[in-house]
Design a protein around this ligand. Structure first.
Ligand SMILES: *Cc1c(COP(=O)(O)O)cnc(C)c1O
Length: 356
């Protein structure tokens, strides 16, 4: 039985991506060689990586003046690479969760940081509003989707300083007004590809303004100049990312993804709110993530958690366990998760409620 994969990351990928990547691992572009065996400098792979960058631009409608690069090191390496490249003296951070806190921690190594607001006081169950970003910072960093806590900033913020966003877990889930951002980054393993590749979308005119020396591999300009081929790129994940981008385009792009994601999230949040056994963990409905839907047993049904978990597993659902810092359940409903999987979860919740 094909599982319903609600994992937070690595996570569900389109059949199309998995099948085409598996085929290429066996025989890449009719070469008689595996994708894992060919030179990244060969013309077939060069076509893959340049097409991935151009489709990335096309699907997100990225304006002129920006570059898309593919790197290693995960989103976590970007926590230091961002300040290394663009923080001269001071940067502002919005602290909305574990990943945002980790990003802030690294930035402290490079200069003065301002935590403009934090929702740590309530275990990150909401997105702070009404904060002020100081005008003298080099950039303002946000995490658009808080994978662990299930909150999301779905509106592109207007900002008086360069805006930097970790979009690891909501890239391609909706149309984004790229012109409002100076830099966007993310690990690919949530909504795009297997682990191993990181994407960076950067407005090139923000680079080259810091007074420190930057090691070659950590300098965005190195990778821009070399078309992400300064060193050996993660060949298989890049190939898989391209397959997902082709799939995305065939499905109708980010406009269609957003429609589906809203439908899936509405279906599940409605059931969480209706069902007497469960409750959501995010305080304000407008902060609820469309990608990671967190819920727990209602207080009087706490002891049923393990039973529901086993019940869902028996119906072929995997990856529903909430992160240890929230507990309960987390259903990740990334682009590739079919609506049938959400329907199956909702049906299981209803059935479980009837039995209790
Ligand atoms: C998963 C995740 C990360 C960490 O990604 P790695 O690629 O494992 O370093 C960072 N930020 C967010 C929002 C994430 O969801």
């Amino acid at each position: 039985m094909k599982k319903h994969n609600f994992s937070a990351g690595p996570s569900v990928l389109p059949e199309f991506t998995i099948k085409n990547t598996a085929d290429a691992v066996l025989n890449f572009a009719g070469s008689g060689l595996s994708l894992m065996e060919v030179s990244h400098r060969g013309k077939d792979f060069e076509a893959v990586i340049s097409q991935a960058a151009s489709m990335f631009k096309e699907l997100l409608d990225i304006p002129a003046g920006y570059e898309v690069i593919f790197l290693g090191g995960g989103a976590s390496l970007q926590f230091c690479m961002v300040p290394y490249n663009i923080m001269n003296k001071k940067a502002a951070y919005l602290n909305t969760g574990t990943w945002a806190s980790k990003a802030l921690k690294e930035a402290k190594l490079f200069g003065e940081t301002v935590e403009v607001a934090s929702s740590k006081d309530e275990n990150f169950c909401y997105i702070p509003k009404n904060y002020t970003v100081p005008a003298d910072v080099d950039y303002f960093h946000i995490t658009t989707n808080n994978t662990i806590f299930g909150t999301e900033i779905r509106k592109d913020l207007d900002c008086n300083v360069p805006l930097v966003a970790d979009m690891s877990s909501d890239i391609f889930s909706r149309p984004v007004d790229i012109s409002k951002y100076a830099l966007i980054y993310g690990g690919a393993q949530k909504n795009l590809a297997p682990a191993g590749v990181t994407f960076v979308v950067v407005k090139t005119d923000i680079l080259g303004k810091v007074n420190r020396a930057i090691p070659t591999m950590l300098d965005y300009r190195t990778h821009i100049a070399e078309g992400s081929m300064f060193n050996t790129p993660p060949v298989v994940p890049v190939f898989a990312a391209l397959q997902t981008l082709i799939w995305l385009k065939n499905q109708g792009g980010v406009v269609e993804m957003e429609k589906r994601n809203i439908r899936k999230a509405d279906m599940l949040y409605s059931e969480i709110d209706r069902n007497k056994l469960f409750k959501g963990t995010v305080k304000n409905t407008e902060d609820r993530s469309l990608m990671n839907i967190c819920f727990v047993m209602n207080d009087e049904y706490k002891e049923l958690e393990k039973e529901f978990s086993d019940f869902a597993s028996a119906k072929g659902m995997v990856g529903l366990k909430g992160h240890r810092s929230v507990g309960g359940f987390r259903a990740s409903t990334y682009n590739a998760l079919p609506e049938e999987s959400v329907k199956a979860l909702v049906d299981a919740m209803k059935e479980f409620e009837k039995a209790h």
